[in-house]
Write a protein that binds this ligand. Structure first.
Ligand SMILES: [Zn+2]
Length: 322
């Protein structure tokens, strides 16, 4: 099948299930209110897979990788090339320091429910700039990459238009739109918002100047099964190009060097403690661990504008950018 890692059979299976769920809900709209939340999970899983795929390509062949990226984008809600300027070339380079478009402390370093809730919107807004810069550079200097970007936009948007049209033709405007919104639109928006929320949780109150305390990790086996080891975030930042199956042993090796305050078992307990209990008992909430991202050891100036991203430097294989 051309997979680089046999474990990615599960990635393919997840995509087949995600597609089957959409087909089922479009064929039988009365099932959508019961199934759309399952689609929300699979859309989120596709977002995580898109992240993994951009760091470590799933297939040997370039064209299979391109097609897989496009398929994932249909569920995840945005063309997958956008991971490159906002994540690979930006977030991984600056790691929540000035220059990272996704900094968790843009307006405040406070960690509250309202900041977490609004963070994906703020982060999404600021990610538009490096994305535009990347597209502009590709148009000027890298026509092959520019064609790939346009192809991703056209196929992503085109597929959604076709799915909506199929639903409307089969069930009429009202029911068709309802079914499409429940099985496609809402899961995609949920996935985009949640992926950005995860980025917030994985970096708020961490120390980007530290060797190992730059990220917060979630080590629950269930969460890591459901989200393809996305919980091992410190290990991911230190080994961004390794396959997701290797993150658990890498985390086990470095866990002794990570501040225990940055390792959590259950994300649900972490959220409950942070956003419910800490409301009344602030001492239960997270605190800045080590040096704050806005406090450079050399005392340098802080420039919150996004760092530069150059599309021409990276050739055309997105998956090569780690
Ligand atoms: Zn990453």
């Amino acid at each position: 099948m051309g997979l680089r890692h046999a474990a990615d059979i599960r990635s393919l299976l997840w995509v087949v299930i995600a597609a089957t769920l959409v087909a089922l809900q479009l064929a039988r709209p009365e099932l959508a209110p019961y199934l759309f939340w399952v689609s929300c999970y699979f859309a989120l899983a596709c977002g995580v897979m898109a992240h993994n795929h951009n760091h470590c390509p799933t297939f040997h062949s370039k064209s299979s990788n391109e097609v897989f990226g496009i398929v994932l984008s249909v569920f995840y809600g945005y063309p997958t090339f956008a991971w490159i300027p906002t994540h690979n070339l930006n977030h991984h380079k600056f790691v929540n320091r000035a220059g990272d478009a996704t900094i968790t402390w843009r307006y405040t370093n406070k960690h509250s429910f309202w900041i977490a809730l609004s963070y994906p919107f703020v982060s999404g807004y600021y990610q538009a700039e490096p994305t535009k810069m990347f597209i502009d550079r590709a148009r000027e200097k890298n026509p092959k990459l520019y064609r790939r970007i346009i192809t991703q936009y056209v196929t992503w948007l085109g597929t959604h238009i076709v799915l909506l049209a199929v639903a409307v033709v089969a069930h009429g405007w009202k029911t068709g739109l309802f079914a499409w919104a429940l099985c496609c639109l809402i899961p995609a928006l949920f996935a985009l918002w949640t992926i950005m929320l995860f980025n917030y949780e994985q970096h708020v109150h961490t120390d980007p100047w530290s060797e190992h305390n730059h990220s917060r990790s979630f080590v629950s086996p269930t969460l890591n099964f459901l989200l393809f080891n996305n919980g091992y975030h410190a290990a991911h930042h230190e080994h961004p190009g390794v396959h997701w199956t290797k993150l658990a042993p890498l985390h086990a090796e470095m866990a002794k060097d990570i501040d225990p305050r940055l390792m959590h078992t259950s994300v649900w307990w972490y959220w409950f403690r942070q956003y419910a209990l800490a409301w009344w008992l602030p001492q239960l909430g997270t605190v800045q661990v080590g040096r704050a991202p806005f406090d450079p050891p050399d005392g340098g100036q802080l420039d919150l504008a996004s760092g530069d991203v150059d599309a021409s430097e990276m050739g055309t294989n997105a998956a090569m950018v780690r």
